[in-house]
Write a protein that binds this ligand. Sequence first.
Ligand code: HEM
Length: 165
Amino acid sequence: MDYPGFNGFLGNRASFMLDVVFLAMFVIVPVMGWSIYQVKYRQQYLLHKRVQISIGSVLLFAVTLFEIDMRVNGWRERATASPYYHALWSAGWVNWSLWIHLTFAVSTSVLWVFVIVQALRKFPRPPRPNEYGPRHKIWAKIAAIDLCLTALTGWIFYYLAFVAS
Ligand code: HEM
């Protein structure tokens, strides 16, 4: 089918950027898990800092390109062939899964900026635990879980909108 924008490479109806973000989350989530393991069990604070900032930058870059693709080319035409699609924004599993996904995606973006900025301000350089550690652990855990839920709900939306037929 001829859709607006570049087609993806995974052999379904998704656009190129949808495929990039879909696959990127399979890399980013395990890398974040590894980074948390490094700080928790190996006290690799500097490695953890570098990996978390890199993940944050990659996410920001990918999400910006992705947002441009969605604003310019849209995604609805690509989803109309799905049995779960409904043209009304408040109906059908495609729209519902998107609303749920957006809730996690938006809160994740805010939390990640907050956690990284606060960590940069309050931990010494090079980083090591101080009196800010317990607070960082609480907010960082919420941010990490939020990212996992963003990925999970994103994959579900991707399947319902662009794979199911
Ligand atoms: C969104 C980004 C980040 C996430 C999701 C994250 C996640 C975490 C988590 C879950 C822990 C607790 C591990 C445990 O249970 O022991 C932790 C610890 C730590 N993180 Fe991060 N982190 C992030 C960014 C950063 C940055 C940018 C820095 C440095 C500037 C940093 C420095 C530390 C330090 C020093 C600890 C040890 C705290 C302590 O043991 O008291 N983190 N991080």
